[in-house]
Ligand binder design. Structure first.
Ligand SMILES: [Zn+2]
Length: 646
């Protein structure tokens, strides 16, 4: 009891001291009324915020000496009334900005200005923005109006605004925890696999130091029917949800993010760190997952309420920004090249004592016109790297991307010529958007016949999210979108499918391409279209991803020609007469050659390599290849094994 009291006393004293130091460094006319820690940020409330906003150097200097991000907000008492503030914004900003929306956030004292031309709201060197801040005493934040409305992004924004009080309370609690003083004398760094060690699926690693516990990904094995293989080993003795400082998410795929709402169902109330693209995409996939499960009469492991809790506790950061996860771990995210928002997690532990990077799903080579740029390979410091080895086997060589593109377009053209339809089962996020770019390009260059490309609603929504976050796309696509005004996701060939027009692509005599989920025909609209199209030999089926053992996709791709299918409760035999193709060159993972090439570019070279996220024999073969060329200690741990780094 006394010890607990003592701890609390020292934590609060340390924070009070930090606040006092801070205020003493600021000019008195800034009139700082309050200093709070909101998550990893230090927030200053001021009665005269323009002094601080206009003297950026003071704040920058302070942020540098404290090594913290400082946010300045106006005190509630000095903010202009919202209707007046809105009118003033419209007066100040030139019409050329084309403002589409302004949203006020009372808790944060922020106004989000949505405009088609954000640059015109910012003004030269930020002059217009500063004028707005000075005039209305709300902190302006500019975002680009999305070219396609994403229902999902709107609903996340609505949640954050409607529940802003809850969110603020959560951030204050998180802030107190992050800024606690260090108390432990001992120091060590260890990593335990709760999932995703020597397997693909349910990735979840626990990183521990004497001071902190961080979960890296909390995935779910969606294909598994056994609950004890579906979730990570949360019953491991090392794992106690009450001790967890943070969850960091490498990317949105469910095998990396699917269990996060489950942690909130269990009572976790700490932060999740990712970027805004990952937050949008993982929310989309988690919601779809529980909706599909409910529709199929299965028990859902968590509810929309748990997803909402996750959203309210998620702190988004951009690539390259440094963030305190706890009092001894700093995180920096850099691009992983796998899907939109996918990140390499670089962690700087104990004032630089040890640096490790987690690369859970990465793509080390990208062609010029692909969705994303390749993974980052340069780090300020690096002692250890934890890396996926999905395609690390000696025979894992992916066909060239260019060849895959030519093959896909050829199949579409041939099928259309004979009056057939092409069904492409695909994952909603990543592969589908990659294909959308390929098809847009081929269509613009007149290489592809003019056929409508239908997208099921999940793929269309994921595409809308991509076009709302263009800053994560490849440089090539950004140039197309911003400089040439060509957004590949807005091409006229794409038609979104919903309840009203779901039968349209099936209409007789018309050729069409249908992209639908799931990618392995394990459920979703792709299975429904497959049943309707399978018997007609004019049609084609194109698999663009790996077909796992036990799935319908796997049986069809291995040549099974008769499928038992259930319609209206009756078993029917379905003859598969359509043409079956498999194209492998669109993967978002690195193959063996790319991984070896990545090692050549990697700088600095780490002394320790941990291979994860792969079949054991593939990881072992990759380990041999790496150790032939580089001097590094290589581990291939099993789930529930622990590795000690220091
Ligand atoms: Zn992935």
């Amino acid at each position: 009891m006394t010890e607990e009291k003592g701890k609390r006393y020292s934590r609060e004293t340390a924070i009070e001291e930090l606040k006092a130091d801070l205020i003493s460094e600021l000019p008195p006319n800034a009139q700082v009324s309050k200093v709070v820690f909101e998550g990893p940020f230090v927030v200053l409330y001021s009665l005269n915020p323009t002094v601080l906003m206009e003297n950026g150097d003071i704040v920058k200097g302070l942020a540098k000496s404290l090594r913290k991000r400082i946010v300045i907000r106006s005190d509630v008492s000095v903010r202009r009334a919202k209707d007046e503030a809105q009118a003033r914004i419209l007066e100040i900003v030139p019409d050329t900005a084309e403002i589409t929306n302004t949203i006020f956030d009372d808790e944060l004292g922020e106004v989000i200005i949505e405009a088609k031309k954000p640059g015109a709201v910012i003004g030269r060197n930020g002059a217009t923005l500063r004028e707005i801040a000075r005039e209305i005493s709300w902190r302006p934040r500019v975002v680009r109006s999305p070219p396609i409305q994403s229902q999902l992004i709107n609903s996340i924004r609505y949640t954050l605004t409607a529940e802003s009080e809850l969110r603020k309370r959560a951030l204050l609690n998180i802030g107190l925890r992050i800024h606690r003083p260090r108390v432990k004398e001992d120091d060590f760094i260890r990593l335990t696999g709760l999932g995703g060690f020597s397997e693909v699926g349910r990735s979840c690693f626990l990183l521990e130091t004497a001071e902190s516990k961080i979960l890296i990904d909390a995935g779910m094995n969606v294909g598994s029917r056994e609950p004890n293989q579906m979730f990570p080993h949360f019953n491991s003795p090392e794992f106690d949800i009450a001790d967890l400082d943070a969850v960091i998410v490498t990317h949105a795929h469910l095998d990396h993010s699917g269990s996060i709402p489950f942690l909130y169902k269990w009572g976790y109330r700490g932060p999740v760190y990712s970027n805004d693209a990952t937050l949008s995409l993982m929310t989309l996939l988690q919601k779809d997952f529980i909706e599909v499960a409910a529709r199929e009469g299965k028990i859902t492991p968590y509810s929309t309420g748990d997803i909402k809790n996750m959203i309210l506790h998620t702190i988004t950061r951009r690539f390259g920004e440094v963030t305190d996860l706890s009092n001894d771990i700093r995180l920096t995210m850099t691009p992983a090249g796998h899907i939109l928002g996918s990140s390499i997690m670089h962690m700087h532990i104990g004032d630089g004592k040890y640096n490790l990077a987690v690369m859970n799903d990465f793509k080390a080579r990208r062609s010029r016109n692909s969705l994303l740029d390749k993974a980052n390979s340069r780090f300020p410091r690096l002692e250890a790297i934890i890396m996926e080895s999905t395609y690390g086997g000696p025979r894992d060589a992916m066909p060239r991307r260019d060849d895959a593109e030519i093959q896909l377009v050829k199949i579409i053209n041939q099928t259309a010529k004979r009056g057939g339809k092409v069904l492409i089962p695909t994952l909603a996020v990543g592969r589908a958007q990659e294909l959308m770019i390929v098809l847009t390009n081929a269509y613009q260059k007149n290489q592809m016949v003019e056929v409508p490309v239908y997208l099921d609603s999940l793929i269309a929504e994921a595409a809308a999210i991509h076009s709302c976050h263009p800053e994560y796309l490849s440089q090539f696509l950004q140039d197309q979108i911003f400089n040439e005004g060509k957004n590949p996701f807005l091409s006229e060939i794409f038609i979104r499918l919903d309840k009203q027009n779901e039968r349209e692509p099936l209409s007789k005599g018309k050729s069409a391409v249908i992209m639908a989920t799931s990618g392995m025909l394990t459920g979703g609209t792709s299975v429904e279209y497959f049943r309707k199209l399978a018997q007609d030999s004019r049609n084609s089926l194109v698999f663009v991803s790996y077909q796992a053992e036990g799935t319908l996709g796997n049986r069809i791709s291995s040549g099974v020609k008769e499928i038992r299918s259930y319609e209206d409760g009756k078993a029917k035999l379905l003859r598969v007469n359509m043409d079956i193709h498999q194209i492998d060159g669109f993967t978002g993972h690195s193959d063996r050659g790319e991984i070896m090439n990545f090692f050549r570019e990697l700088s600095p070279k780490p002394e320790r390599v941990v291979l994860v996220h792969g079949q054991r024999n593939k990881s072992q073969s990759l380990a041999q290849a790496i150790s032939k060329r580089y001097h590094a200690k290589i581990d291939i741990p099993m789930n529930l094994e622990t590795i000690r780094f220091a």
